[in-house]
Design a protein around this ligand. Structure first.
Ligand code: FE2
Ligand code: FE2
Length: 173
């Protein structure tokens, strides 16, 4: 948990001064996504775009061109966060909340259609929401699988282990 906490703290400081990606970086992102995937990716906050770019860049040298669908997974793994629409501070609050408050206790809020609890549950469910969103467009099965399982335990991964390890450790950088 402390390693996770350290990672989140680092993410928080990065998200306070998110970098707008250069035209060259945006073209690099575009080249790894379909048109409709890119249209959703563009809606992410500057901090989330920056994070997804870093994760994908980190994974690139090991996954490379042979795994275009896994590069898309690296770029889109947090796309479900579009649903909860938190600001940077809201995301920190939501992340800490999810870290200390078991999801099963939140399940009773499932019925809610609006408000903070609805947004918290959407945030906690961002893997499922992201996978659903990608199923509705032209994403590859391998991309959807990683988006869905990127916070699951290793034993439950369907993504080939060596690829999943790279994607997971890039997400923690
Ligand atoms: Fe995530
Ligand atoms: Fe992430």
């Amino acid at each position: 948990m402390f390693q996770n906490f350290f990672h989140l703290t680092k993410r928080f400081w990065f998200s306070l001064k998110p970098q707008e990606l250069s035209e060259k970086d945006l073209n690099w992102v575009r080249s790894h996504l379909s048109e409709s995937e890119f249209a959703y990716w563009e809606k992410l906050s500057t901090a989330d775009k920056d994070h997804s770019f870093r994760v994908a860049k980190q994974a690139e040298s090991e996954i490379g061109e042979q795994g275009k669908e896994f590069m898309a997974a690296a770029l889109l793994h947090d796309i479900g966060k579009l649903e909860s629409r938190f600001t940077t501070f809201g995301k920190v609050f939501a992340t800490l909340w999810c870290l200390f408050f078991p999801f099963r206790k939140m399940e009773k809020w499932e019925e809610r259609t609006k408000g903070l609890r609805r947004r918290l549950i959407d945030y906690a469910k961002h893997p499922e929401l992201g996978a659903e969103l990608l199923k509705g467009i032209d994403s590859k099965q391998q991309t959807i699988a990683w988006v869905l399982e990127h916070h699951s335990e290793r034993e439950k991964w369907e993504t080939p282990k060596e690829i999943a390890e790279i994607l997971s450790s890039s997400d923690k950088e």
